[in-house]
Design a protein around this ligand. Structure first.
Ligand code: DWN
Length: 387
């Protein structure tokens, strides 16, 4: 049984950056979040139809940050270069480009990005991950040694079909490696903004173990990662494989945090509301003092924050983002202009809200002049504050 604990209100498509004349037809849905008593999965009460989010106009590019380019390069160096590798959700190729196109297959439903990796020489299927697609790939390319997915599995509403399709395509000793934001870190950081249309689930190791086992797979190792505000890399194999101690370590840590109990999430919902009130109060004070406040990084996460808190161009003058496809458009729902990054100092910015707080290290390095000259960042993670 699913029990709702959080209501993040009316939300748009998180990556649905739009032009002025598209505002009338903007799509909204109610973002409710629930706890599933049986599997312990945190999941949305209503799923958005995937083609509304993932299509030929998708704008998020994984390779926009050095942190993520380095992250995937490092992982690739640890994997067998001769293995047959399949990636689900290959985006702009930020992971697969570390492998030879000869033994690599990509799956990417956003056809603009599928075309990019096809142009790089990879066999990319411009489709959603389904059992039918797994069967087709099996027939043409045979079983795969490594099936990889980064920030993709938590985007798929039907996890049972996803996992059983993976199992059917994995060689006997093959490994399914996937990484997504960690529920433990979301709770620790009060980062409710990890929840938006594209993230129908936020995973604990406990819930994943329950769901994978139902589908003939089991977690054999867990690696905790710093990226995206704290993620888990899950290594899963067919049942009866040897299990590393990191699996039980993570599960027992999650039990200490109470991730297997509904009450934990009721308390989380109270902290989320507090965060909203604090952020509105801080930004309102900045406005009253005549300060210039902008936002740094037009993220999916900031779509959730701005729409949940009702923060628009009255409180945030504009958002900067390095992604060309987002620039010159308006942010989803609250319609804040998105511009290409200028110079924070020359532009007279007093405060920059960190929409991309997960890249704070990279941003601090880039913006040291702004910070040295008294510029300040605002974040809501883990609590609303000026940094
Ligand atoms: O799972 C998902 C994650 C991995 O990426 C997707 N569903 C969608 C997306 O979520 P997001 O938009 O919250 O992701 P990021 O990676 O936090 O986005 C960072 C944004 O900030 C990018 O648009 C690039 C931009 N950026 C910038 O303008 N200046 C990033 C850095 C580091 C910068 O210095």
């Amino acid at each position: 049984m699913r029990k709702q604990f959080l209501d993040l209100g009316k939300q748009p498509i998180a990556n649905g950056f739009l032009y002025k004349d598209q505002r009338k037809n903007e799509y909204f849905f109610n973002l409710g979040v629930a706890f599933d008593e049986e599997t312990k999965l945190i999941t949305q009460t209503e799923y958005v139809d995937p083609p509304l989010m993932f299509n030929d106009e998708y704008v998020y590019r994984g390779s926009m940050s050095k942190t993520m380019r380095d992250h995937f390069k490092e992982l690739s160096a640890t994997l067998d270069p001769k293995a047959k590798v399949l990636e689900i959700g290959s985006n702009d190729g930020v992971f697969i480009k570390n492998f030879s196109p000869k033994n690599t297959i990509a799956v990417e439903p956003c056809s603009n990005f599928a075309k990019e990796t096809q142009d790089m020489g990879y066999t990319t299927y411009p489709e959603f991950w389904t059992q039918e697609l797994a069967d087709k790939i099996h027939k043409i390319h045979g079983k795969q040694n490594i099936i990889f997915a980064a920030n993709c599995i938590c985007h798929i509403p039907d996890l049972n079909q996803t996992f059983s399709a993976v199992k059917s395509l994995l060689s006997e000793d093959g490994v399914f490696i996937f990484e997504d934001p960690s529920l433990a870190e979301v709770i620790n950081n009060n980062s409710y903004d990890q929840i938006y249309d594209e993230h129908p689930h936020v995973f604990s190791v406990i819930a994943l173990d329950n769901l994978l086992k139902r589908n003939g797979l089991q977690i054999v190792k867990v690696k905790n990662l710093k990226v995206h505000g704290g993620s888990n890399r899950i290594f899963a194999k067919k049942i009866d494989s040897k299990i590393d101690k990191t699996v039980e370590q993570n599960k027992s840590y999650e039990r200490i945090l109470g991730l297997d109990k509904f009450e934990t999430f009721k308390r989380f919902a109270i902290r989320v509301e507090q965060s909203k009130n604090d952020l509105i109060q801080l930004l309102t004070r900045c406005k009253e003092e005549g300060k210039t406040v902008i936002s740094y990084g037009a993220t999916s996460k900031s779509t959730t924050v701005f729409n949940y808190c009702g923060i628009g161009p009255n409180l945030i003058k504009y958002i900067t983002d390095t992604t060309p496809e987002k620039q010159g458009k308006l942010s989803p729902g609250m319609h804040i202009p998105v511009l290409s990054p200028g110079c924070l100092l020359e532009d007279g910015v007093d405060y920059a809200y960190l929409g991309a707080w997960n890249f704070i290290k990279e941003i601090n390095e880039k913006e040291h002049k702004y910070l040295d000259n008294g510029g300040k960042f605002i974040t809501h993670v883990p609590v609303v504050k000026i940094v």
